[in-house]
Design a protein around this ligand. Sequence first.
Ligand code: BGC
Length: 726
Amino acid sequence: MLKSAIPFTALGLVLVGLLLFTCNEPQEPDTPTMDVEAKIDSLMSQLTLAEKVNMIHASSAFTSGGVERLGIPELIMSDGPHGVRHEHGRDWVKDEGVRDSSTYLPVGTALAATWNPELGYAFGTVLGTEAKYRGKDVILGPGLNIIRTPLNGRNFEYLTEDPFLNARMTVGYVRGVQDQGIAACAKHYIANNLEYDREYVNVEMSDRALREIYLPGFKAAVQEGEALTVMAAYNKFRGEYCAHSTYLLDDILKEEYGFTGAVISDWNAVKSTVGAATAGLDLEMGSDLPMLATGNVDYNKFHLADTLITLIESGEIEESLIDQKVRRLLRVMFAINAFGERDAGAYNTPEHQGIARQIADEAIVLLKNDGALPLAAEGLGTLAVVGANATRKQAGGGGSSQVKAFYEITPLEGLQNLLGDGTTINYAPGYEVSREGGTTAEMIAEAVEQVSNADAAIYVGGWIHGYSDEWDDNAYDAEATDKPDMMLPFGQEELIRAVLDANPNTIIVLVGGGPVDMRAWQADAKGIVQAWYAGMEGGNALADVLFGNVNPSGKLPMTFPVKLNDYPGHPIPAASYESKEFDYEEGIYVGYRYFDTYEVEPAFAFGHGLSYTTFGYDNLTVEKRDGGVVVSLDVSNQGDVAGAEVVQVYVHDDESSLERPQKELKGFQRVSLDAGASQRVEVTLGEDAFQYYDDTQGKWVLEPGTFTIMVGSSSRDIRLEGSIDW
Ligand code: BGC
């Protein structure tokens, strides 16, 4: 079912080699076998300065400038990251009447909760084939910013708080997209970890935090995934806009990581001509956004447009800098065969819907189960369903990641599909989603009545992406906004308490990109499920999990704290908001690295997720082999239903010169086992699994000594321990 991951560059070169390069004008000696760089040389020699500059800024909302005279097309981009966005037209006016629905995949946090890199690849293939069908060249994803605070409005688009999981899930995603001949775009490089005033904030962090926490996802995307493009973030990093940062774009990304593709700015992230022209920013996008308000959009007014030509002509900026940018863009175009014919791609195939379903099945996390789950469908007379998220479609909200879903199965529809006519489902919204609204005494009374008189009851609430699909309606899990706190909105806390009082067996399902404060009701709930935004098949997947047709196997890709201020760096100082200066003082102690080292009890730990069966862990061996460390163990399914477990391997440095976290994830393996079955699982750790970044020396260090290897079912459920000496 999954295509094999052919190295993309190789694929690109073969395609390019096979295809005759077609231009309107006769070219330099170019033959079907002509080397790509030679073709680029040939084009470069023919391009005028004005044409080159035209290529390095937008020509419409989502296209770069082309050069018709030489047959150089526009690069056509689309969000991303969990579906090909609906059409916006060249001028940001939503196109009507076009065939622009797409497969709505589970969001980033859901994908990461599968801990299944193969699904990352499958996810990418859906995006790549649908992007191709829709005539796109670049998908603006994956979103790789580290989940540093539960408040960030865009966490749902990202993957995890952990750099290793980030890297592993990313590589598959990028390859999946690019094996379809479409470029992926790793975004937002770097430290866009909060949406607050994102175009103006400055982020400070130690080199160690940068290297150990924030960079590994991007490094893996470009080095292992061979991502063809990277998006420079809005914010400043160490006083300089990311889109103007020679340190980030040239020194680290291009020189150190060997990135040969193109850096695209986030939309309106370029703030000055010299800043972007002299750094490794290759394509300026979105600077028309502020012009829209004036009704006077002029692409020649971009920073990398007419002003740049003037500065080159006056000798203040060297033309060779522009040549480098154009070369990179051409390289991307050749790699995706933008000059030739592509196959048609595919549109909402049953296979794509199946992938969306499988990801949702594996993503849903069973947080708590005091014997309440799974529910029994057989003989179920009446089911009460409460909560506005049971009927709410989520695909269209949240900002640029919005998708016009081909269809979206809501939780209520999923339950109806599963239960059929034999069960009566009584639905009560319980609260209203609106800025002014929330719950009322009448709504609570109605919900209480329904759950009191039902044979089973399910609550489906949590976060939303916004009140409607309109941009300025964004709220909670959405772009350009953050959550005010971790408290459930719309009076849901009061509602959940009333519902649990009336029927203590009510299952609590939370939709959303991350944690909520559950203190008011967590202890009283017998079953709690984290459903994320699980894509177009999310409702069916949720019903399957609740009724045991699918055994849950998702694991949290982030820590769920008891309360917001347990989180490192919280409360975020008011002075930071005022000055727009955000200093990541917690350094490397992000997520569980902090909770475990400083012994702060979370509500649900990183890596946590229950199953309807139990898994045994036995016979751990840890040995050095072929330059790495092989961790082996027997995993057995000790229950009476089939299930899947994610075996997690954490490393602790027993003694080190610089302080290190109590544990760090360095390997994992998902294993599916029939009831009673067992399997020997092997996880290999490279030398890098034992290194830390020593910022006093500016390099990665493997310090000799003993390392404890912890193997478990979550970061707080360690079942076996061993050790290895280096
Ligand atoms: C977002 C990007 C997105 C771009 C284009 C920006 O506002 O930050 O993630 O790709 O818009 O829609």
